[in-house]
Design a protein around this ligand. Structure first.
Ligand SMILES: Nc1nc2c(ncn2[C@@H]2O[C@H](COP(=O)(O)OP(=O)(O)OP(=O)(O)O)[C@@H](O)[C@H]2O)c(=O)[nH]1
Ligand SMILES: [Mg+2]
Length: 383
């Protein structure tokens, strides 16, 4: 900040210990907001936290600071993003010690109900459970999330659990980035089981599969041809299939479906090397088969840890993520460059009219972009 801008913005007189500057809003974690640290007459200016405060809060498992750190990560403001990166870098050595579980399935299959009972099962066994969702369609009103909070009533009140709704708005890529970073923060805060629910819209299953160790597909019976109801690709990504609602009149049908799936799975290439995808029945409503989910996951972890597949997958996921971040940034810079914006409509038209080969057009555009970058670099460094 130079002297000029300081003059324009006179510093308000406040008691020195309460020197409050505009910063990140807290209380986004679904908890009632902490009593305001700022003087109550100045509610619009929440306190800004230092990177050290965030890091200390996360590592000590302070829920309120944890919620704030995730809010910081989810913020699109450039200064928040810079600080979020500092926080992430600092907590990096404390991340990785968890099992990351993706959960997908047809709408209404009982994913949220299952997460509630499974989460409770885990915290009763001394685990710390974080629940996240990847839902690029979720709006700012977070309507679907409110529904989930009531479905996860006990879990959302447990101190050993933390439920974080999907970051709202933006592209799937943006939502996924924020969720990945939130996972790291949860791990640093000592959460050892991370559950990521996907709503099963479009590409979101592929994205969630690319950020978890274990992928769980939740299905139900009784609505026509079972195998038709989900995209074949999703079936092939699963490490475990669950036929939920195996209760009451449905119990027998669920067991028959399970056997059918089990048979079908023999013909599929398993998604995780050395692991045979299996099918089980559950009743989230009656709490049946819940322990079996964990047994399967523990077996999975043991097997893939000893074969090296677990760590290999994580390393590859991180590498792929790096590449997709670079791809995204490059594309963004390219399409936002003024010169490209100007050129593109004409070039597109020429390509569409068959006057210019697409390969030549792409070559011209990229060359123009390269020259634009060189010029900019020269201006910045020589000028
Ligand atoms: N009978 C029976 N009903 C269940 C079971 N699990 C969930 N339900 C009911 O099924 C309905 C949908 O459950 P949710 O947990 O919201 O399902 P979901 O898969 O999260 O749904 P979406 O998020 O909307 O896709 C609710 O009315 C649940 O009470 C079960 O094991 N048995
Ligand atoms: Mg749900």
């Amino acid at each position: 900040m130079n002297d000029d801008s300081r003059k324009k913005k006179p510093v308000e007189k406040r008691p020195s210990a309460l020197n409050v500057v505009k910063g990140v809003e807290g209380g986004h974690d679904g908890l009632p907001g902490r009593k305001a640290e700022a003087p109550s007459r100045n509610k619009t200016e929440p306190r800004q936290y230092t990177t050290e405060e965030y890091v200390k809060g996360i590592l000590s498992g302070d829920r309120v600071m944890l919620g704030r750190a995730i809010t910081l990560i989810e913020s699109n403001a450039p200064n928040h993003q810079d600080q979020a990166q500092e926080v992430l870098k600092a907590v990096m050595p404390h991340t990785g010690k968890s099992v990351r579980i993706g959960i997908t399935g047809v709408p209404g299959a009982g994913k949220s109900t299952l997460i509630e009972v499974f989460g409770i099962y885990l915290i009763e066994r001394k685990h710390k459970v974080a629940v996240m969702a990847v839902d690029p369609s979720s709006s700012l009103t977070k309507g679907s999330i409110l529904g989930d909070k009531t479905r996860m009533e006990r879990l959302s009140q447990a101190p050993e659990a933390f439920i974080r709704p999907s970051p709202s708005g933006g592209t799937l890529g943006g939502v996924a980035r924020k969720t990945r970073e939130a996972m790291l923060v949860f791990e640093a805060a000592g959460f050892d089981v991370l559950l990521v629910e996907t709503v099963g819209v479009g590409q979101s299953e592929v994205t969630v599969r690319s950020m978890v160790d274990f992928f769980l597909l939740v299905l139900i019976t009784g609505a026509g041809d079972e195998l038709q109801r989900i995209k074949k690709g999703v079936f092939e990504m699963a490490d475990m299939i669950i036929i939920n609602k195996a209760d009451g009149k449905n119990a027998v049908a669920a067991e028959i479906a399970r056997e059918e799936y089990e048979r079908a799975l023999h013909y599929l290439q398993p998604v995780t090397r050395g692991w045979a995808t299996c099918a089980r029945t559950t009743s989230a409503l009656e709490g049946k088969g819940i322990g079996e989910i964990w047994t399967v996951i523990e077996n999975f972890r043991e097997l893939t840890k000893s074969s090296g597949e677990f760590d290999k997958r994580r390393r590859e996921q991180t590498r792929d993520w790096l590449h997709s971040l670079v791809d995204e940034r490059l594309r963004d810079n390219f399409y936002r460059a003024e010169i490209i914006e100007k050129m593109l409509p004409d070039i597109e038209r020429e390509v569409m009219e068959g006057k210019l080969p697409a390969v030549q057009a792409a070559h011209d555009l990229l060359n123009t972009f390269k020259n634009f970058l060189i010029e900019r670099w020269t201006d910045n460094n020589m000028g």
